[in-house]
Design a protein around this ligand. Structure first.
Ligand code: GLU
Length: 457
């Protein structure tokens, strides 16, 4: 029986957590959940000058927000800890010594070098304009689970520890994959060029070489080239701040380079887990499409059960330090339910719902000019004020009946009252349906706002 899958996400906390890192974490997590294996979080924080605790906390927060729970790692522990490389110096020292003892490492110019197997000879390197030692040997073969067979010649010794004794990335990365019993290394394609070095190190340390799976790059939305942390829409926390649903972002990221083998886009997480596999990951690069992400988020937002939408809306206001818009929970609940079908993300809510919670709302000047240019809005407002004085506001249907009866009595239609009424009570020409709007505001506020607006005409 093959040993159980153990995969890891190994971020370096040197910058904000971006879409590409989140996708690498997600593919590892999906593979672990798909196979019943374990997902390990390992922090590659050996570069003290470039790492920061703040960046690390953003990584933890973003992973938790996305629901990518780790089975071993910082905060949860595990049998192969510590899980931060900055706390593992003695382990690296032991392995460096092992290579020195075996004659596979040597000192040169203060640094420690890894010694490749094979015959050496000194040659003049044109490009670097100096003599270098070349090692005669066959190329390393990598059977990448995504890229297929990749050959790469590693024919020069390389540094594994700097003159200050600190081991370099290639070395600590491989030592930890060995120590943590990693079976599959799933990571960005930018690391494919390092893999031949890593293979040599695994072999020299007497460890089995894990399966490698290099995920294609994410191209920026417009134009050529790889998406970078500086590109618009690149940071995970941005979506969190804008009220995107993590399940929408996870669904979107899953499709960024993985083909589920059907035309489905929106898929429950359980189905993504069930279908995800490495052969389904594309070799070609994936292009980031923020509109597609926004659309996915809208679909998820619309599909939320209303009570869950209301809860998330409240959490969104709270997490963004927005003052609670009302201290009447029933009003908050009614407003959110009414507006759910009309918004694209939770982030739209503060602006979209403002006039429900204050009488002091702005009036859109363009909308005002447009509405006032047609028919006789003042007359319509006077009629509404009169007809609704004692109207039943307990249901949308009752409100609709009242307005329709009024319209009929004047030989007009519902539409003749709609735009000016909406403008008067909300300051806008867009919003949830008018009868729902009236019901949620309640008769006294509707009448007061109609009268107030009429006075401005
Ligand atoms: N710390 C490396 C990075 O951030 C991880 C490399 C790997 O996954 O092997 O890219």
């Amino acid at each position: 029986m093959a040993s159980p899958v153990r995969v890891r996400f190994a971020p370096s906390p040197t910058g904000f957590f971006h879409i590409g890192s989140a996708r690498t974490a997600l593919f590892n997590w999906l593979y672990a959940r798909h196979t019943g294996g374990r997902f390990i979080l390992r922090v590659e924080d050996t570069d003290a000058a470039r790492n920061s605790e703040a960046f690390l906390n953003v990584i933890y927060d973003s992973l938790r927000w996305l629901g990518l729970d780790w089975d071993e790692g910082p905060g949860v522990g595990g049998p192969f800890g510590p899980y931060r490389q900055s706390e593992r110096a003695p382990i690296y020292k032991t392995h460096l010594q092992k290579l020195l003892d075996a004659g596979r490492a040597y000192e040169r110019d203060g640094a420690l070098w890894f010694k490749l197997d094979g015959e050496r000879r000194e040659v003049f390197d044109e490009r670097r304009q100096k003599n270098v030692i070349k090692v005669a040997r066959p190329p390393a073969v990598i059977n990448d689970a995504i890229r297929g067979r990749v050959e790469r010649l590693e024919d020069e010794d390389f540094v594994i520890a700097r003159s200050d004794g600190s081991p370099v990335f290639h070395f600590v990365n491989v030592v930890d994959d060995i120590e943590m019993r990693i079976t599959h290394v799933i990571r960005g394609e930018d690391h494919l060029s390092n893999t031949s070095k890593h293979v040599e190190l695994f072999k020299a340390l007497g460890a089995p070489v894990p399966v490698f799976a290099h995920i294609p790059l994410i191209l920026k939305q417009n134009g050529p080239g790889k998406m970078s942390k500086r590109d618009q829409g690149a940071l995970v926390e941005e979506y969190q701040r804008r009220g995107f649903l993590p399940e929408a972002l996870v669904n979107f990221l899953a499709l960024l380079g993985w083909n589920p083998g059907n035309d489905l886009e929106k898929m429950p997480l359980a189905e993504i887990v069930a279908r995800f596999d490495l052969p389904g990951v594309n070799q070609s690069n994936a292009r980031f499409d923020e509109r597609k992400l926004a659309h996915m988020n809208m679909e998820y937002t619309l599909a939320l059960p209303p009570e869950s939408f209301v809860r998330k809306a409240a959490a969104f206001f709270a997490s963004n330090n927005l003052p609670p818009p009302t201290d009447t929970p029933a009003l908050f609940d009614a407003v959110m339910r009414l507006c759910q079908p009309k918004i694209k993300s939770l982030g739209d809510l503060p602006d979209y719902t403002r006039y429900f919670f204050t009488d002091n709302f702005p009036v859109d000047e363009k909308a005002r000019a447009k509405v006032l240019s047609k028919g006789d809005p003042a007359a319509r407002l006077r009629e509404l004020l009169d007809a609704l004085q004692n109207a039943d506001f307990s249901s949308d249907a009752a409100i609709e009946t009242a307005i329709k009866q009024l319209a009929e009595s004047r030989g007009l239609g519902f539409g003749d009252y709609q735009a000016v009424a909406r403008l008067a009570v909300s300051g806008s020409n867009a919003g949830p349906n008018l009868t729902g709007l009236f019901r949620v505001l309640g008769r006294p506020r509707v009448l007061a706002r109609l009268a107030r607006f009429l006075e401005t005409l």
